[in-house]
Design a protein around this ligand. Structure first.
Ligand code: NAD
Ligand code: DAU
Length: 350
């Protein structure tokens, strides 16, 4: 058995990574450490929660004593680190929480990995999941490459950039075997409905206004979450230690165009007259410091490790909308906060 610590496995991307690894690799013991903040939801993992090669631990990546205990008890050999505060708007109102979780949490994990592995770094890996937002904002032309200088512009991206720097510092100073990937915007099942796509799906369903920031002209590069999980699998197994890889879908959308696609698909699926959902579009005050454009060049990952997105966007967005409409209870539980009861029932604890 190889013992792998995955952090943030009850969140959006984390749950897809945990499911993939637990199901695909019965010879790996997956230890999922998640604090179950508002963004963590164990319902996301009900399909594998009783698997023999899976253990869930509720806890904080900043808790040094707990991290030390986990490394020792489970003889951790690799870390896939996803736990983070991830929503830009929340970072604008509460930057300290982002610095604490994203920087101090990452540092806590790095330091314990160094301490536990220092006598033998062979076959060990600290894999840090990061974002394209560390590169800042693009103009009309060009893409983020692996060597694009860091230029984070929101408290969220500044905290992620800082955590990336700590990973490289541990690699350079102590020889910790590490890999970083920087991914573009993910979409798909299980995303918390505060992010653009699930929020708008939920609002359309409930005939609520669709709050478009500014003029809706900002551009994001969207990747289906299961393709990100597959990329993580590929990099984990085939990536070069010390290297960094960009992950993206070459799939840029202006927000307003993307929103109109969502409206159209929702009208069809809900049997509403075409144009009904678009009427809900409401332009609101722009996000402070709103990055204009992200676009990832993931050629290195394709050329070196053979990864490519498997889904075309039209198929991905259709699949995503169907998932939210078919999983009404999941959405209802999130919106009402009832999903927190799941943990209490499941683990008889708070
Ligand atoms: P998410 O907010 O959906 O999930 C984060 C998870 O981390 C939650 O389950 C939460 O409970 C857990 N968590 C938060 N603080 C914790 C702590 N102190 N200790 C333990 N667990 C804690 O986030 P996501 O969208 O799944 O993003 C996962 C990772 O991928 C993040 O590091 C994020 O920066 C990165 N990323 C996200 C995207 C995206 O589009 N969502 C794109 C690129 C990179
Ligand atoms: O690029 C990767 C990043 O993508 C990740 O690192 C972050 O964790 C993830 O949250 C995401 O950040 P964004 O800020 O790009 O995602 P969000 O879904 O919040 O917003 C997408 C775009 O939609 C952005 O231009 C802001 C706009 N928006 C968002 C919301 C929530 C609106 O116009 N209205 C909204 O209500």
């Amino acid at each position: 058995m190889k013992n792998i610590l995955i952090t943030g496995g009850a969140g959006f991307i984390g749950c897809h990574v945990v499911k993939l690894f637990v199901e695909k690799y019965p010879n790996y013991h997956i230890i999922n450490l998640d604090l179950l903040t508002y963004a963590g939801n164990l319902e996301n993992l009900s399909a594998i929660e009783h698997s023999e090669n899976y253990t869930f631990i509720k806890g904080d990546i900043c808790d040094r004593g707990l991290i030390k205990e986990i490394f020792k008890k489970y003889a951790i050999e690799a870390v896939i680190h996803l736990a983070a505060e991830s929503h830009v708007d929340r970072s604008i109102t509460n930057p300290f929480e982002f610095a604490n979780t994203n920087i101090m949490g990452t540092l806590t994990l790095l330091n314990q990995a160094k301490e536990s592995w220092k006598n033998n770094f062979e076959d060990k890996l600290f894999y840090h999941i990061s974002t394209d937002e560390v590169f800042g904002s693009l103009g009309d032309e060009g893409f983020f490459l692996e060597d694009t200088p860091y230029d984070p512009k929101s408290p969220y991206s500044a905290s992620k950039a800082s955590s990336d720097h700590f990973v490289r510092a541990y690699q350079n100073t102590y020889g910790l075997p590490a890999i970083i990937t920087n991914c573009s915007n993910n979409y798909g099942p299980n995303q918390f409905p505060e992010k653009l796509i699930p929020l708008f799906i939920n609002n359309i369903k409930n005939n609520k206004p669709l709050p478009v920031y500014g003029e809706g002209l900002n551009i994001r590069d969207w990747l289906f979450v299961e393709d990100h999980a597959r990329a993580i699998d590929v990099v984990f197994h085939k990536g070069t230690i010390g290297d960094t890889y960009n992950i993206g879908g070459f799939n840029e959308w202006k927000n307003i165009d993307l929103i109109k696609v969502i409206c159209k698909v929702m009208d069809t699926k809900l049997g509403r007259e075409e144009g009904t959902s678009e009427k809900l579009i409401t332009y609101v005050t722009d996000r402070a410091g709103h990055d204009m454009r992200y676009a990832i060049d993931s050629t290195k990952l394709k050329d070196n490790l053979g990864w490519e997105p498997s889904l075309q966007f039209e198929e991905g967005i259709e699949k995503t909308i169907s998932w939210y409409l078919d999983n009404e209870a999941w959405l209802h539980n999130i919106v009402t906060g009832d999903y927190k009861d799941y943990y209490k029932k499941q683990y008889a604890a708070d």
